[in-house]
Unconditional design. Structure first.
Length: 125
């Protein structure tokens, strides 16, 4: 009986110490636009099919980005994130743009040698 009372007492004490914070507000301000990091020009954008087929490109991360910025700034954010984790090539899997937000699914690759990026893009690649 004493063991049960001690166990219940400990359980009540431990449960009382596990309070949930009621203040979940975060204060601060987000910059209005994105800024490229140093080395930004070293990260290139390629078709996903090309990067998947290359044996010297390794997929580092798949990432989803949703933000209230335009397409160009969202791509800039993807390339900045690639720089932070050590990638040097990115591709887009999916992109949706509305008047208030941009949603993209991107993949970050680390390539020993990058494929050439042709302009205009060839048909079928």
């Amino acid at each position: 009986m004493v063991k049960k009372l001690v166990c219940v007492s400990l359980l009540v004490i431990l449960a009382a110490c596990n309070g949930v914070a009621s203040n979940t507000s975060v204060y601060g301000s987000m910059p209005e636009s994105s800024y490229p990091l140093r080395g930004f020009s070293k990260v290139s954008v390629h078709p996903d099919k090309v990067l998947k087929m290359r044996t010297n490109c390794d997929l580092s991360m798949s990432i989803e980005i949703v933000q209230a910025k335009n397409y160009a700034e969202t791509i800039l954010e993807l390339k900045n994130r690639a720089l932070i984790i050590g990638g040097n090539a990115v591709s887009l899997s999916q992109l949706r743009e509305t008047t208030s937000a941009t949603y993209l699914e991107g993949k970050i690759y680390l390539c020993k040698t990058k494929p050439y990026h042709l302009h205009p893009h060839p048909v079928g690649v």
